[in-house]
Design a protein around this ligand. Sequence first.
Ligand code: SAH
Length: 368
Amino acid sequence: MGEMDKRTNLTGLSQAELVEFIQQSGEPTYRARQIFGALHHRRLRSFEEITELPKALRERLNETTTASTLTIESRYVSEDGTRRFLMKTHDNLPVETVFIPEERRDTICFSSQSGCPLQCTFCLTAQLGLLRSLSPGEIVEQIIIALNDVYGVGEKPPRGTNLVGMGAGEPFLNFDSLMKALGIMADPQGLFIVPHRVTVSTAGVVPRIRELATIPQRPNLAISLAAPTDDLRDELMPINKKWPLEELLGACKEFELTLKAGERFTFEYVMLDGINDSDEHARQLANLLNRHDLHARVNLIPHNPADPLPYQPSSTSRVERFKSILESKGVRTFVRRPRGRDIFAACGQLAARREPNTIQVSSQSIVA
Ligand code: SAH
């Protein structure tokens, strides 16, 4: 274990909190605005670089606070341009972030926890167990680090940035830090990534789905299903024993009823060869969603295999057949294309792997 750092991470404070913090230290308010802009708009990661602050102030800040806490341990670049960052916290725990370039936008997949307490049998992160939940600052820093690495420090991304909370961890077991981080990132004087551009995925923490239904400024929601019956879901996703399908889908319906124009709500269904991908499973899934009067789209995710996991991805023809059954019963269905599998960056593959099977490029190389 590394040394504990008790200093306040200023990257984890909202602009309003930073103003209060700075006023309490007897500095003028405009210093707070300068610092917030430097950390979140110019994406600087040390007080040293904020040269408009007097040297004495920078030194004082360094004693009681930090500008950033995560460090990059390694970085893997896929042949499809996806980058996986293996970072570590000040107390030496792994944090993984994935940058996925697409034609019209980039997507950054961030982690909400180091490791994960849920024990989904098809996900490699489960094997780490929960190390700890990440702070708001640690969530925001992942996005700053990924953008700086790809585009250069403070450079404006040429395309829009979407965020997905689908990295390591269960975001809804770290709800307050997650929502706080999203608020900080939405600030127009900072990263300016608004909730509308963010999708958070949950394995089904029912009370937080209900809570999200009451929040006006909120991210898009995705629910990981993986099975259409309690028997199978209990086995694949043990969280189902706590919040079974009836309860989960009831909360989903409650959430769906609160959807506003432009908000997205989806289900994720990982396709495991011979386990949850039969015609019967497709019919059960469609009936389940129809019975709850849910209209959300289903994303089929072919399983991303990883050595110790006892599953294989469903074949392309199986996935297509499954999709056509869902669609014949009125369920909108989309097949997700896996990204970054070769560098263990795809869904369910984040387990702090250090062996890449591809090159680790030096900083500032350009994505394909
Ligand atoms: N704990 C949250 C967020 C992380 S998982 C959740 O469960 O939603 C993000 C997505 O990856 C989930 O939809 C999950 O079902 C999917 N997933 C996990 N392991 C996978 C694997 N090995 N292959 C493909 N998708 C996987």
